[in-house]
Design a protein around this ligand. Structure first.
Ligand SMILES: Nc1ncnc2c1ncn2[C@@H]1O[C@H](COP(=O)(O)OP(=O)(O)OP(=O)(O)O)[C@@H](O)[C@H]1O
Ligand SMILES: [Mg+2]
Length: 258
């Protein structure tokens, strides 16, 4: 059965677009048919994050203006994975109803539809959420991000969503062990949301954005794969972001590098 999931956060810059792109890639690698919808219409950057901006012919605004069909608008990324871009400013004139109709059309073809939500809780947030069956809230361990995740979760409760899950991005295991960063467990308890997974802080993600540019044994690749398995109902394992920092030699190395 097809599912549309909005990736949201409240606070900007916490990794919604990066999570949208990488969850899509991880599920597509697992054989699911996935489409990523840029719900950040007008301030789009899903296309940039996925390095497909040169291949865009039509965008979601053209669908509404009847210049193309939904399927003509889709940009292929790899087997099973497509992006519905939102590049032109005129696309921001799309109504909530038009957006919902496009999502319904996509449900005929895809297993998963991920909607990359804009930051904040304004009109464009409302439009993106109305197209979704479920929500994933992304937060970083920073207190302002956790606070905004809590607020957005309260707002989401007023929508008819089947589920709200949590992804904690940019966790640093060493900092948690040193007690200079709040743990994923404490964040999950504070937000009272189901934890779908944890993504570690990674220079590779900052540099390349997408896991398909990384080695399958890299920490971000591994953590996104676990989240894909969680969402797909195959496993409930959560990435252990502290593991690379445990043990005598790791502790010694960290002490020496301080
Ligand atoms: N796990 C990570 N480790 C390191 N950097 C990361 C990680 N996840 C995301 N980033 C970086 O954080 C920045 C913001 O990410 P992104 O654009 O996905 O956030 P966003 O929530 O979509 O922002 P906006 O609210 O503006 O749409 C990017 O530079 C991205 O590369
Ligand atoms: Mg974004």
């Amino acid at each position: 059965m097809s599912k549309s999931i909005v990736i949201t956060s409240g606070k900007g810059g916490v990794g919604k677009t990066t999570v949208t792109a990488n969850l899509g890639i991880a599920l597509a690698i697992r054989g699911k048919k996935v489409v990523l919808v840029d719900g950040d219409i007008g301030l789009n950057n899903l296309d940039v994050c996925m390095h497909i901006e040169d291949r865009i012919v039509y965008d979601i605004g053209d669908v509404v203006k009847n210049k193309c069909t939904v399927s003509q608008c889709l940009v292929p990324f790899c087997d099973n994975l497509f992006v519905l871009p939102a590049t032109s400013m005129s696309a921001s004139l799309i109504t909530t109803l038009q957006f919902m109709e496009i999502i319904d059309k996509l449900k005929e073809t895809f297993d998963y539809i991920f909607i990359d939500c804009p930051a904040g809780i304004e009109n464009s947030f409302h439009r993106a959420v109305k197209g979704a069956d479920e929500a994933i809230i992304v937060t970083t361990p920073h207190i302002s991000s956790v606070r905004d995740a809590y607020k957005v979760s309260r707002v989401l409760s007023s929508y008819r969503l089947a589920k709200q899950g949590l992804i904690i991005n940019r966790m640093h295991g060493g900092n948690v062990i040193d007690k200079t960063m709040i743990s994923a467990k404490d964040i999950t308890n504070a937000l009272q949301l189901e934890l779908y997974g944890v993504v570690p802080e990674s220079n590779d993600i900052n540099l390349y954005s997408i896991i398909s540019e990384l080695k399958p044994n890299s920490a971000p690749y591994f953590s996104y794969n676990l989240i894909a398995q969680y969402i797909d109902g195959e496993s409930k394992k959560i990435y252990d972001y502290t593991a690379p920092y445990k043990g005598f030699f790791n502790k010694l190395l960290r002490k020496l590098s301080q």
